[in-house]
Write a protein of this length. Structure first.
Length: 421
């Protein structure tokens, strides 16, 4: 059994590629079932966020590009389209990569906390779909424990830096006084909620929350004295917005060029600042061509994020040390699985010998032999049978000069040279 991590992220692929291979909540269960039906794929977890799509698999046979082909085929893409952007890890590298991801060391925003919740949700979805088993279950539980330790023992999450924070920071650079501005937030997930919280803390004048589920929009808007609308109502209210931050799970854009053009006319071409955090994108790329729109995607936030993450670098080094330690710990458990199988096989062999000799000893008792004679026969015969093969192999190793094997036998059987007479 081996581990595999295959994927792409914001470091290896632009948003235009990433949005082609996302797994929305409506398809991820079917995807997990399809993936685990592939030859050699025994378990799977799919992590799909705006910044990454990653497949974590437990394989019963070495990777033979089958998972790569499945990923491209599931999304109706040629493998050559995404292959240059993919990375893959196996065994030890898979463990280390997942730990780095869950601790936020591989995120666009160093140490951001949202990714751990996304990893937990990905694992829960796989578990509910019966796609995750003993190996990935142990790996992800180990990951959650290590991530908790990193958060506790380092300052990796102390600075208020996230994609949402970066978007609000950029808005504050563009608008000197947020108190005079209206922000429209599209979506009602964790990232949008964080953006709303940051905007509220910095005195935003008014918040409009637009969401597919109006009840959820009301729930979020009420926290920040905002106003809730449904997605179809966006065109009627867009002209009111000076700031638009969007992060939905929609597979298609929720804002098109025509809608924005109409809003700009009603605003008499007063500029709108837009941040599209979603992958796939919520706002059509052509919107960025309009003269009075400043459109940023998650990739464009990198510069802002860089300015706010320097304080986390030292903590990241400490976190990396913790990760290396616990990667080796898990590798030890993984290697012990092979040893466990060997121990079981050896025990079965010994038990078979025991049963055979025991039956012969019982027959001796039944034929009139004394208990002492039967017990002596049992002890001597069983000892000889158990020691025959190891003794022969050690003798042959000595004849062949295989000193490493002799030393291993010495360690395995705890033979003390000093006790030899």
């Amino acid at each position: 059994m081996s581990l595999l991590a295959l994927g792409l992220n914001h470091k290896t692929a632009p948003v235009g590629i990433r949005e082609k291979v996302t797994f929305g909540p409506d398809i991820i269960v079917a995807a997990l079932r399809s993936l685990t039906e592939q030859p050699g794929v025994d378990e799977a977890v799919i992590l799909s966020t705006c910044n990454r799509t990653e497949l974590y698999c437990a394989l019963s046979q070495p990777e033979n590009d089958g998972v790569r082909e499945w990923l491209s085929g599931f999304h109706g893409l040629e493998l050559e389209t995404i292959s240059p952007y993919l990375y893959s890890h196996d065994n030890r590298a898979t463990i280390a990569h997942l730990l780095r991801v869950a601790c936020g060391l591989d995120s666009m925003v160093l140490g951001e906390p949202q990714i751990l919740g996304q990893v937990k949700q990905a694992y829960q979805t796989a578990t509910d779909a019966a796609a995750s088993g003993k190996l990935l279950g142990r790996l992800f539980q180990h990951t959650f424990s290590v991530a908790k330790q990193v958060r506790t023992d380092t300052a990796i999450g102390h600075s208020p830096v996230s994609v949402a924070f970066a978007a609000v920071s950029l808005a504050r650079q563009i608008f000197s006084n947020l108190g005079d501005q209206t922000a429209m937030l599209i979506g009602a997930g964790e990232t949008v909620e964080l953006a709303a919280r940051h905007l509220h803390q910095h005195g935003i004048g008014r918040i409009i929350v637009a969401n597919r589920t109006l009840e959820r929009a009301h729930s979020l808007a009420n926290q920040f004295d905002g106003y809730a609308i449904a997605l179809p109502e966006i065109p009627s209210h867009l002209a009111e917005a000076d700031i638009v931050i969007s992060s939905t799970a929609s597979p298609l854009p929720v804002l098109g060029k025509g809608t924005v053009e109409s809003a700009l006319k009603r605003r008499r071409h007063q500029p709108i600042f837009m941040v599209d955090i979603a992958v796939p994108r919520d706002i059509e790329a052509e919107v960025g061509e309009l003269n009075d729109v400043y459109l940023y995607t998650v990739d464009d936030l990198q510069e802002v994020i860089d300015e706010n993450m320097r304080s986390r670098q030292e903590a990241a080094q400490q976190a990396q040390e913790i990760i290396e330690l616990h990667t080796e710990e898990f590798m030890g458990w993984l290697r012990s699985l092979d040893a466990a199988g060997m121990i079981q096989d050896y025990r079965r062999k010994a038990e078979k010998m025991r049963n055979e000799v025991l039956q012969r000893a019982i027959k001796q008792l039944q034929s009139g032999k004394s208990p002492e004679e039967a017990l002596t026969f049992l002890a001597n015969t069983l000892t000889n049978k158990l020691l025959h093969t190891p003794s022969s192999q050690i003798r042959q190793a000595g004849f062949d000069g295989e000193m490493d094997l002799l030393e291993a036998a010495n360690t395995l059987f705890q033979i003390k040279n000093t006790e030899r007479r």
